[in-house]
Design a protein around this ligand. Structure first.
Ligand SMILES: Nc1ncnc2c1ncn2[C@@H]1O[C@H](COP(=O)(O)OP(=O)(O)OP(=O)(O)O)[C@@H](O)[C@H]1O
Length: 337
């Protein structure tokens, strides 16, 4: 478990102090995939780099598996860092070393006995699907393959935590998906806690269990990814979700609608139920779908439909109450009744 309490990071610059992280408190549970999302300059990297003390916090504490790492002396910190792997947007591989040597380098740095290195590197290559690239140099690899080497190197010393700094931002969508699948497998099979920072809400939607949304150094919203997607509280969370699931209706269409336009959000298994058709049969209301889809957050369905309801105010009110009783949320977007 990682516990961050009242963490502040202030950089001293020529033009004065700059707050990178501003009084952040978070708990990241063992075995979860935790996302930190925010625009450029929000403080994601500063926060992530404080977790393995690549940056020294100005104040606050960071406890990793029960140890307050900010209090460790340099030798203890070196050992603690071996249990915190890290991967980077631009991979940071050593270009003069082969894939094998890049991974072995981590093991040598941790003083692994020479007779154990070969077996461990082979295991890691197998795990990341690069057994056939053992002796090639990074320049001969695709971006996705380079990131696989980065992951193998980060896992070499059996860390309990893997920090991912925009690990897929330099990759195309298909490669991104395959790297995210690999991270999911590592989390599931090795029970490694993963903390990832990203500006892509899609990455959060694909693999994270919980997420923190950062702005100006602060965490402004935090919770299970499903809850944030189904019921975002802040404008920024809504904006990030829009980048993945957009339900904008063209103005010209909205102007033509004379009824009540509602956004209906179905949570969980109920997303598959025929709530809308039941409603239209039960009440004297006409429904006209304007937009809709079922998104899968991880593996849980979240159905969002925008529809125009036409009929008497009384029947529409009753049908909305009925939908709410069967599902979760109905939000009126435009009321022409
Ligand atoms: N080494 C540094 N010296 C001075 N200021 C810094 C330093 N590192 C970060 N900052 C400042 O701290 C704030 C947060 O930066 P940080 O890099 O943590 O944000 P970020 O969300 O990771 O952004 P990006 O995605 O662009 O990396 C910014 O205002 C930035 O200018």
């Amino acid at each position: 478990m990682i516990q961050i309490q009242n963490l502040t990071k202030i950089y001293q610059t020529k033009s004065g102090p700059v707050k990178g992280v501003d009084n952040v408190s978070l708990t990241i549970n063992e075995g979860e995939i935790y996302g930190i999302v925010g625009y450029s300059g929000a403080g994601k990297s500063s926060l992530l780099r404080c977790i393995n003390l690549l940056e020294r916090p100005s104040s606050g504490t960071i406890t990793v598996n029960g140890t307050d790492i900010s209090k460790l002396n340099s030798e203890s910190l070196r050992r603690a860092r071996l249990k915190i792997g890290m991967i980077f947007q631009h991979f940071h591989l050593i270009s003069q070393k082969t894939v094998y040597e890049n991974i072995a380098f981590s093991l040598k740095a941790a003083k692994t006995p020479a007779n154990q290195i070969n077996k461990r590197v082979e295991e890691l290559l197998e795990m990341v699907g690069l057994a056939d690239k053992r002796d090639v140099f990074p320049s001969q690899l695709s971006g996705g393959q380079k990131q696989r080497v980065g992951i193998a190197r980060a896992l070499a010393n059996n860390p309990s935590v893997l920090l991912c700094d925009e690990a897929t931002s330099a990759l195309d969508p298909t490669t991104t998906r395959s790297i995210l699948e690999l991270l999911k497998k590592i989390n599931r099979e090795l029970n490694i806690t993963i903390v990832l920072i990203t500006h892509e809400m899609n990455v959060v939607k694909e693999i994270c269990h919980r997420v923190a949304i950062m702005q100006k150094g602060k965490v402004i919203e935090e919770g299970p990814v499903y809850d944030i997607f189904s019921n975002p509280q802040t404008e920024l969370a809504k904006e990030f979700i829009k980048s993945v699931v957009s339900f904008d209706i063209p103005e010209a269409i909205l102007q033509k609608c004379k009824g009540m336009i509602v956004k209906v959000t179905f949570k969980g298994d109920v997303a598959g139920e025929s709530v809308i058709s039941d409603t239209l049969q039960k009440y004297n209301v006409n429904g006209n779908f304007l937009h809709g889809s079922i998104e899968y957050i991880g593996e849980a369905p979240l159905g969002i439909f925008i529809m125009e309801l036409n009929g008497s105010k009384e029947e529409i009110d009753k049908s909305i109450q009925f939908i709410e009783s069967r599902t979760a949320q109905v939000e009126v977007i435009q009321n022409g009744i």
